[in-house]
Design a protein around this ligand. Structure first.
Ligand SMILES: Cc1cc2nc3c(=O)[nH]c(=O)nc-3n(C[C@H](O)[C@H](O)[C@H](O)COP(=O)(O)OP(=O)(O)OC[C@H]3O[C@@H](n4cnc5c(N)ncnc54)[C@H](O)[C@@H]3O)c2cc1C
Length: 404
């Protein structure tokens, strides 16, 4: 499966990380993690720091999956608004889930600081505008709900928006506590630290199958096999090698990254911008003053092979960006398409497989994938260490639509 195609931007900002492989493989690992993207590396960090022996296997170069296509917006607000999630799963769990997302952005910052990762992590507010008049009420209800539960946010009417941005809309929700990051630099920095902390990294090893005997998992791969007490699948949007995903909508999405332009610094605090319409347009800036613009999700799991189609979609995104920022000189420097997964109930899949003991999943489907990876790494660490985690039930696999 081709999970992205076109010209990616993040790989031009960093060098690939090649593990040293200077270790003796363990006979039995505490945990084997399948997938060396942002989910796998964050989970490995949590486990290694808890004292477990960990191997990460990836069929590609680590970080080169959807982590390389991830546009790096870190937001506590989700694709499903808090008041909608309350309707879906009840107030207590919905508010707790939002709190976990809020804390996950803080936790990501703490990792960047503590491990001194060069990942261009910058705090930004987010502005979610009402795409049309009909959505103003929705934004207002969300503002009231977030305020009621203590989340930092603000409401902007059209005039206030005009003061902050070169465009105005009928209303907007501003959330504070969000951030932007370069996800690939983050993962490459993390992998380097993980190796120093004793994790074993095996790129270009594809997991094919897993069997169990006497509570030990036998993990068969494209070359050698591995023994482990637990396995965690952090395989992103691709078909899982063991288990069957029944709650995922796998689509594709488009992104362009613009030319660098000092003018892009001029909108309000270089906020992360998105909207109420689905699929939504979203915009952020970069440390080197480029604009990243994404959206136009399509109902097709494979990134298109046609570079012409990708360019065509990027031009469509450019047109929408120019409508918002008519006075800015914006050109396309990079354009790509990528597979993108959402869960049907808008929650990530995090936890132990319902019928396969010691098989765990962290599939952070949805626009907040990185935030889910962060919060999921702590939940899985606790489950694997045999500790009770009160948040685990919200995202567990014992739901109608998950992995079977
Ligand atoms: C266009 C786009 C924009 C996005 N923007 C954002 C954003 O702004 N903010 C946000 O929070 N999230 C965003 N996301 C979501 C985010 O990218 C993902 O949630 C996150 O990067 C997924 O990381 P991962 O580690 O789970 O998956 P990946 O990075 O895809 O890693 C999974 C790894 O598993 C490996 N693998 C798969 N199967 C096997 C196997 N059988 N054996 C061995 N290895 C295997 C793959 O090679 C891959 O490297 C975006 C996604 C896309 C596509």
């Amino acid at each position: 499966m081709k999970i992205h195609n076109g010209s990616l931007y993040w790989p031009t900002t960093t060098q690939p990380y090649h593990p040293s492989n200077n270790f003796d493989k363990y006979e039995v690992y505490n945990v084997v993690i399948v997938g060396g993207g942002i989910s796998g590396s964050l989970t490995a960090l949590a486990l290694v720091e808890a004292g477990l022996s960990v191997a990460i296997l990836d069929k590609r170069e680590m970080g080169s999956g959807s982590t390389s296509a991830n546009t790096g917006l870190l937001q506590y607000s989700n694709d499903i608004m808090l008041h909608e999630l309350i309707d879906q799963i009840g107030e207590q769990d919905a508010v707790q889930f939002y709190k976990l997302c809020y804390k996950a952005v803080d936790d990501l910052e703490k990792i960047v600081d503590r491990l001194q990762l060069d990942a261009d992590f910058i705090r930004r507010p987010s502005i979610c505008y009402a795409s049309d008049e009909n959505d103003v009420e929705k934004i207002k209800v969300e503002y009231t709900t977030l305020k009621k539960h203590g989340f930092p946010c603000d409401y902007l009417g059209p005039n206030e928006m005009e003061e902050k941005l070169p465009f105005s809309k009928p209303g907007a929700l501003v959330t504070f506590g969000d951030a932007e990051i370069n996800p690939l630099k983050f993962v490459q920095g993390l992998l380097k630290k993980l190796e120093k902390k004793g994790a074993h990294l095996f790129p270009y090893v594809e997991v094919k199958d897993v069997s169990e005997a006497d509570n030990i998992l036998d993990i068969r791969t494209s070359n050698q096999s591995f023994l482990a007490k637990s396995i965690i699948f952090t395989t992103g949007y691709e078909t899982v090698p063991v288990g069957h995903r029944i709650g995922a909508d796998i689509n594709r999405s488009y992104v362009f990254v613009s030319n660098p332009n000092q003018e892009f610094k001029n909108w309000h605090k270089q906020a992360l911008i998105w909207e109420t319409k689905r699929p939504y347009l979203y915009i952020r800036s970069t440390f080197d003053n480029r604009m990243i613009v994404g959206g136009l999700d399509e109902d097709n799991p494979n990134a298109p092979y046609s570079l012409e189609l990708i360019q065509h979609r990027a031009e469509n995104l450019l047109k929408q960006a120019k409508e918002l920022f008519p006075n800015y000189e914006i050109d396309i420097d990079f354009a790509y398409a990528a597979t993108f997964g959402e869960s049907i109930d808008n929650l990530p899949f995090i936890g132990e497989h319902p019928t396969k003991p010691n098989h765990y999943y962290l599939l952070g489907y949805g626009g907040n994938g990185t935030v889910y990876s962060m919060l999921g790494s702590h939940i899985l660490r606790d489950l694997i260490m045999g500790k009770r985690n009160e948040d685990a039930e919200i995202v567990q696999l014992q739901r109608k639509y998950v992995v079977r």
